[in-house]
Design a binder for this molecule. Structure first.
Ligand code: UDP
Length: 430
């Protein structure tokens, strides 16, 4: 019902040159204090989506800092489980509807069986980081052992949630010692009165194959193999095929911009990997219909058709694009926005949720609220190389300062440490 994942190891020394020196020292110091504790991260899927992305780097980073860090993903035995949790996810982000008694039963009984399996196999840790709503009931179902700290991390945008699902789920947070949200605005009213909340925006790992900027010649070779003409301008949205990512709006914006930039090409890269996202194929189909056979709209859904690994494809497409788009209408935090900015690219983001924190409008990218606005920014950027370069440089610098993984690791560890005063040496200086 659950599996332990092994991730290739990394060396903290490789991060240091990329970091602000104070942050690098602070993280090493906190990790040293916590070194004897065991940390467990739990989430619902091994690959696909932002949380999986963060954890596959966070776990080796923790170990490289000397903290024994492990990761568990669940393998629910009910085939409908991920349909229900996807519905929960959508409703927490504002979708209409209600969960039926059957759906609630699938959700709770499935997690109950996962919890029983964890108990039977005597899964233990000092600090439990439970990520996102899929696993939220765990703290209630696996009562806390002496000395354990349980932290629930919510990565999604709860600004305008569907009240029925929020009311059903939020009482489960009270079984945790601590909650972490990506932004203050996402914390539901009254929640922080019951359980302490800290804010920790997500981050990207600068050392991965995906985020180490690829040489342009190599990037162009990859995108040519994907059928893209590297002699003409390319704009791209890298995103799962999902309602909230507004791929239809991206196509509309491209169509408007193309009237001014005739050779323009659009890539929509949503290589399906997330086992917890059964909706992707349906959205992909409607997006393909919307593209209506335009040979300059390149839509990618099947990872097996790619010339290189998914991470290399993402890197190559981001590097080979003049402008990147992330036109989400809801977004807790768009990792793809930060990934693009770290590569020194101008990113046009939807004026929503975490993207507002990631992009300083007009300085490190642009925020837009409609296909028309998106098209206008596309044309400005596509026609002005120096604007692209200025925005791209500011984008990269802002990621270096605020959104690299070691900053997030520091936020997590400091949060955990605050619950362990009795069991750690006295600390000073931060
Ligand atoms: N991603 C990918 N291949 C794709 C599309 C997306 O590897 O074809 C990755 C993307 O690079 C990013 C993550 O999936 O690291 C998506 O995270 P984000 O926060 O942008 O969105 P989420 O899917 O979590 O809503």
């Amino acid at each position: 019902m659950f599996s332990k994942l092994n991730h290739p190891s990394v060396s903290y020394a490789d991060y240091r040159p990329l970091l602000d020196p104070k942050l690098a020292d602070d993280l090493a110091a906190v990790a040293k204090e916590m070194g004897r504790l065991r940390v467990l991260h739990l989430n619902s899927t091994a690959t696909g989506g932002g949380v999986a992305e963060i954890l596959q780097s966070m776990v080796p980073l923790g170990n490289s800092l000397g903290i024994e860090t492990e990761r568990i993903v669940i393998n629910p035995d009910a085939p409908e489980f991920f349909q229900v949790t996807k519905k929960i996810h959508n409703m927490l982000q504002g979708a209409d509807g209600e969960l039926s008694p059957d759906e609630l039963d699938i959700y709770f009984s499935c997690i109950q069986r996962v919890a029983e399996d964890m108990r039977a196999k005597n899964l233990t840790a000092d600090v439990w980081f439970v990520h996102d709503p899929q696993l939220l009931p765990l703290a209630k179902l696996l009562p806390k052992k002496q000395g354990e700290t349980w932290i629930w991390i919510c990565h999604i945008d709860l600004t305008t949630p569907n009240a029925s699902v929020l009311d059903a789920l939020m009482p489960l947070t009270e079984y945790y010692d601590q909650l972490i949200f990506s932004q203050t605005a996402y914390v539901p009213d009254g929640l922080a009165d019951k359980v302490p909340v800290v804010i920790a925006p997500p981050a990207i790992d600068p050392l991965t194959v995906k985020n180490t900027p690829m040489d342009l010649t190599q990037a162009q070779k990859v995108v040519r193999a994907m059928g893209i003409d590297t002699e003409r301008p390319l704009i791209t949205q890298v995103s799962r095929f999902d309602l909230w990512k507004d791929p239809w709006g991206v196509i509309d914006a491209y169509r408007i911009a193309k009237k001014t930039v005739p050779g323009l090409q659009l890539a929509l890269l949503g290589l399906s990997q997330a086992t917890d996202d059964p909706e992707g194929a349906e959205v992909y189909k409607t997006v393909s219909d919307h593209a209506n056979g335009d040979p300059d709209i390149h839509i990618y859904f099947d990872p097996s058709e790619m010339p290189v690994s998914v991470d290399e494809v993402v890197n190559a497409v981001q590097m080979a694009s003049e402008v990147l788009i992330q036109k989400s209408t809801r977004e807790g935090f768009g990792l793809t926005v930060t990934e693009g900015m770290w590569k020194g690219k101008p990113v046009i983001g939807g004026d929503a949720g975490g993207i507002r924190v990631q992009i300083n409008d007009g300085v490190s990218g642009f925020l837009v609220s409609s296909p028309e606005q998106c098209a206008q920014r596309l044309v400005e950027l596509l026609q002005d190389q120096s604007l692209r370069s200025r925005i791209g440089k500011a984008a990269k610098e802002s990621v270096r300062e605020r959104f690299l993984l070691p900053r997030l690791a520091l936020d997590y560890l400091r949060t955990a440490r605050a619950h362990m005063n009795g069991r750690l040496p006295a600390t000073s200086g931060d």
